[in-house]
Ligand binder design. Structure first.
Ligand code: HEM
Length: 531
C-alpha cells in the first residue's frame, strides 16, 4: 500500500503522519501557501484555514460558576449496607446493593467564583461533583466541600453570584459587594462563618470533604421514602490553609490543587473517600428548630448519625482535559430509580439550571459525548440538533418508527418493578420564605466548635475584608455575629474598631493590603528603554 502510494506520486502516509480533519496528509505545517515566500497569502489555503478556524473555536463558553476545575476517573464500591442495616431497607438504587459492587465514576472538583485559570488558593467553596455510571443510567451527585450553603431559595442565586463575582464596571472582585449581599441575606451567616475560617481554603482537592448539601430522598421497593443527606469523607484526612499560607503558595504556583490531584494519581497514590449518609423520616419534623429542607443548616450528628454506604477511589487521570473535564456536565436532576428529590425548592431551582446551562454551554447533544453518556444502552426517539453524531437507537429498532406509542414497532416503555413513590402534595401557592429560619444559631455553634487558631483566623479574615465596607454593612455583620455568639460579635466589633483606627482598607477580597498592589508594582519594577 505504502509502495503503491509512492509510485502513484500521491503523498506518503504512515501511521504517524499529520493529516487535516478531512484526512488529507499535511506536507508542510511550517509555511502557509503564499505568492512568493514574502506573501501575500491566498484564500484557498485549505490546511491553514481549517487549522486556524478550528483554533478560533477551541473554547466553549466557560461554566457560569465553578469554571476552574480538575477531574479524575475511578470507581465507587458499595458496602451493601447503611451502617449495620441492609441498604435495601431504605433504597432500591442498584448502585448501593451488594457488598463490593463497583460502579465507574468521574469526579470534577472546582472552585466557584473566578474564571478557568484563576488561582486555586482563593477563599471560595470547592465543588465536588460525582457522576456514577450505574447500570440503570447515570446518577450525578453535585456537591460542595462544605455541608451548607449561602441561600435557601434558588431565585436568589443569580444575585448572589453577581455580588460575589467581580464588579461589572471594574472587573475586580470587591468585598463590599460580597458583604452587601450577605448582610442583607442573614441566612448566609453560617456559610460566611465557614468560608472566612480556614475551612474556606482547603489545602487541595484530595484533603477535603464533600457533601450533597441539599436534601434528597431514598425510595425502597415498597415505594416508601426517607430524607437523605450525603457526605464524602477523605481517607487522606482534612487539611485547610490560613490566608497567609495560601498567599505564599499562590505566589509560587496557582495550579497547586490540580497538580496535587494529577501527580497523586500518576504515582499510584489513589485518593479515597467514604460515602456516608444521614437519614430522617419523610416529614417536616416540627420537633426540630430548623427545617430538614433548609440547606443553610447542618443535621446534628448526635441526632442523625452518619452511616457508611460505600467508598470511592480515583485511580485514572483524564487523557484529555477538554474532552473529559471541560465538557463534563453534572446535574442535580440526574437520578436513578431508588433515588428521588425532596421538596427543597433550592434543589428544584438547581435541577432546572444545570441541564439548561449545559444545553447552552456544551450543546443540545451534550449527553452524546463519551464523558456524559451513560455506560449502558441508550434508546430514545430524540434526534437532530447541533453536533448530533449518532442516533440513540436500539440495535434492532425499526428506523421508520421514531415515535411512541406505535402498533407497528419501535421502542416500548420499561416495566416498573419497584412500587412508585407517590407523595401527597397539597398547599396554597405562595411566595414566602420558610418558617424556622434560625439564621444565626448554628453559626454560633460552629464558631464555638472552632479551635482557637480557627477563630482567630476567622476574625482576622472578616476584619480584613469588612474594614473596606460601608459602616452600615459592617454594623449588620457585627449584629449577626453578636446574635450568633457573644464572643464572636465582640471580637468582630473590636477588630473592626482597631482596623478603623489603623486606617486600613483592603481590596480585592481576601488579600491583605491587596489595594496597594498597583503602587507596589510601580515601586518594585525596573525601568527599561524603548527599542
Ligand atoms: C439555586 C442554586 C444553584 C444554582 C442555580 C446553581 C447553578 C449552577 C450552574 C449553572 C452551574 C454550571 C454548570 C455547568 O455549566 O455545567 C453550576 C455548577 C456547579 N454547582 Fe451549582 N448552583 C446552585 C447551587 C449549588 C449548590 C448548593 C451546590 C453544592 C451542593 C452547587 C454545586 C455546584 C458544582 C459542584 C458545580 C460544578 C459542576 C462541575 O464540576 O461541572 N451549586 N451550578
Amino acid at each position: 500500500m505504502k509502495e503503491e502510494q509512492t509510485n502513484n506520486t500521491t503523498n506518503v502516509e504512515n501511521e504517524d503522519t499529520l493529516t487535516n480533519r478531512q484526512g488529507h496528509p499535511v506536507t508542510n505545517n511550517q509555511n502557509m501557501r503564499t505568492v512568493g515566500n514574502r506573501g501575500p497569502a491566498t484564500l484557498e489555503n485549505y490546511d491553514f484555514i481549517e487549522k486556524i478556524s478550528h483554533f478560533d473555536r477551541e473554547r466553549i463558553p466557560e461554566r457560569v460558576v465553578h469554571a476552574r476545575g480538575a477531574g479524575a476517573h475511578g470507581y465507587f464500591e458499595a458496602y451493601g449496607a447503611v451502617g449495620d442495616e441492609a441498604v435495601s431497607k431504605y433504597t432500591r438504587a442498584k448502585v448501593f446493593q451488594g457488598k463490593g459492587k463497583k460502579t465507574p465514576v468521574f469526579v470534577r472538583f472546582s472552585s466557584v467564583i473566578h474564571g478557568g485559570h484563576s488561582p486555586e488558593t482563593l477563599r471560595d467553596p470547592r465543588g465536588f461533583a460525582v457522576k456514577f455510571y450505574t447500570e440503570d443510567g447515570n446518577w450525578d451527585l453535585v456537591g460542595n466541600n462544605l455541608k451548607i450553603f449561602f441561600i435557601r431559595d434558588a431565585i436568589k442565586f443569580p444575585d448572589m453570584i453577581h455580588a460575589f463575582k467581580p464588579d461589572p464596571v471594574t472587573n475586580i472582585q470587591d468585598s463590599e459587594r460580597f458583604f452587601d449581599f450577605c448582610a442583607s441575606s442573614p441566612e448566609s451567616f453560617h456559610m460566611v462563618t465557614f468560608i472566612y475560617s480556614p475551612w474556606g481554603i482547603p489545602a487541595n482537592y484530595r484533603m477535603m470533604q464533600g457533601s450533597g448539601v441539599n436534601t434528597y430522598k431514598w425510595v425502597n421497593n415498597e415505594g416508601k421514602a426517607v430524607l437523605v443527606k450525603y457526605h464524602w469523607e477523605p481517607k487522606q484526612g482534612i487539611r485547610n490553609l490560613t490566608q497567609k499560607e495560601a498567599e505564599e503558595i499562590q505566589a509560587k504556583n496557582f495550579n497547586h490543587a490540580t497538580q496535587d490531584l494529577y501527580d497523586a494519581i500518576e504515582k499510584g497514590d489513589f485518593p479515597e473517600w467514604e460515602l456516608l449518609v444521614q437519614t430522617m423520616s419523610d416529614d417536616d419534623h416540627p420537633e426540630l428548630d430548623f427545617d430538614p429542607l433548609d440547606d443553610t443548616k447542618l443535621w446534628p450528628e448526635d441526632l442523625f448519625p452518619w452511616k457508611a454506604v460505600g467508598k470511592m477511589v480515583l485511580d485514572r487521570n483524564p487523557v484529555d482535559y477538554f474532552t473529559e473535564v471541560e465538557q463534563a456536565a453534572f446535574g442535580t436532576g440526574v437520578l436513578v430509580d431508588g433515588l428521588d428529590f425532596s421538596d427543597d425548592k433550592m434543589l428544584q431551582g438547581r435541577t432546572f439550571s444545570y441541564s439548561d446551562t449545559q444545553r447552552h454551554r456544551v450543546g443540545a447533544n451534550y449527553l452524546q459525548l463519551p464523558i456524559n453518556a451513560p455506560k449502558k444502552r441508550v434508546a430514545t426517539n430524540q434526534s437532530g440538533g447541533q453536533m448530533a453524531y449518532k442516533l440513540d437507537r436500539g440495535p434492532f429498532q425499526n428506523p421508520h418508527i421514531n415515535y411512541e406509542p406505535s402498533i407497528l414497532d419501535g421502542l416500548k416503555e420499561a416495566t416498573q418493578i419497584g412500587k412508585e413513590y407517590t407523595p401527597m402534595i397539597k398547599g396554597n401557592l405562595v411566595r414566602e420564605s420558610i418558617d424556622r429560619q434560625n439564621n444565626t444559631k448554628q453559626a454560633g455553634e460552629t464558631y464555638r466548635q472552632f479551635e482557637q487558631w480557627e477563630k482567630t483566623e476567622l476574625i482576622s479574615n472578616l476584619v480584613n475584608d469588612l474594614s473596606a465596607c460601608d459602616p452600615r454593612i459592617q454594623e449588620k455583620m457585627i449584629a449577626l455575629a453578636e446574635e450568633a455568639d457573644e464572643d464572636y460579635g465582640r471580637h468582630l466589633r473590636e477588630g473592626l474598631a482597631q482596623a478603623k483606627s489603623n486606617g486600613s482598607s483592603q481590596k480585592p477580597l481576601g488579600n491583605k493590603d491587596g489595594d496597594k498592589a498597583p503602587e507596589q508594582a510601580i515601586d518594585k519594577s525596573h525601568e527599561a528603554d524603548p527599542y
